[in-house]
Design a protein around this ligand. Sequence first.
Ligand SMILES: Cc1ncc(COP(=O)(O)O)c(C=O)c1O
Length: 384
Amino acid sequence: MGVIETSKKYLADTYGREDVIFYKGKGATLTDIYGEKYIDFGCGIAVNGLGVGFRKWKRAVKRQIGRIAHASNLFYTQPAAELAKLLCRRTGMKKAFFSNSGAEANECAIKTARKYSFDKYGENRAVIVTLENSFHGRTVTALSATGQEAFHQYFMPFTEGFRFVPANDAAAMETALTDDVCAVMLELVQGEGGVIALDKEYVQAVEKLCKKKDILLMIDEVQTGNGRTGTLYAFQQYGISPDVITTAKGLGNGLPIGATLFSAKCEKTLTPGTHGSTFGGNPAACAGAVAVIKSINDKLLKGVEEKALRIRETLLACSKVKSVSGLGLMIGAEVENAAELKKQCLQKGLVVLTAKDRLRLLPPLNIGNDELERGLAILREVLK
Ligand SMILES: Cc1ncc(COP(=O)(O)O)c(C=O)c1O
């Protein structure tokens, strides 16, 4: 039996997969088992942000695996300590909790918000407000936080205590922030929801409302984080100081890791025994993430802006593209029949993603000009 047949027989049927078997990759070029090459504008859904096999990441991970790949959180390891320090220094946050995915990072944020409020105000202040069309992950609680009806099926009962409001509507947010609310959780660019960036004035207004009522402002940077939008974290372009930040995906550049960062307000909320994760803070994943964060410097971020501009102007010149959305190298192109166009790109050797009625482009932040232009040539062919 081949790989596809074996997968169909033995892997749970939770994904609609393309009939491509990836074997290896380098930078923004992926190779399948037959030796066919593909330009990667998907990054394994925003994970391989510095490209496949990024040299510094690979060296750090290999070195750490040669020493110790796992030690548990009952002891200290150098990579977790260094990563926590780096993330705090570069975001202004005070402490980090490490997990293994975006959903887990959000789960930790939700627990933190509820405990922060419980410690200070007692029970009945546990509601978390999120946006319609948001996406926060696949655990039952992260699904409950997700503002899309399609995700609220089959798995009842869902976790109580979530309220949804339309994006970019400060009045609706103000109405929703009643005395039972402990936190607001936002994606600054809704990824799965269609690559839609929130307005800066709106986000700043939400921050003000939250501050007034001691409601935690939690920013889900699982997809927007780690340089993707042109700053290390997207909140840094919005002129806000979140109380909690969550991230994952590009932080690991290929290994699973999630992080929840706490501001001074809630850095002491989680105490021994209130949260944990066996694999969280895994030294191999953390060593790789240290290399990732250290590599996201001003030069790289300037390149993100330049490449984003180049992709946007190419898309806007294509007759099948109705509009272009997003921030930095998180780009949405509104088209008719995104799923079909995605398939056509793949057949011509370009990996792209979709989100709702858009093609979603998430190329590596450090993609070389040659690979970028080859990818754009395929896009032009398909979208002309
Ligand atoms: C904004 C956002 N939050 C959370 C998640 C869930 O992350 P994970 O799949 O790593 O659990 C995702 C994944 O797409 C995401 O885009």
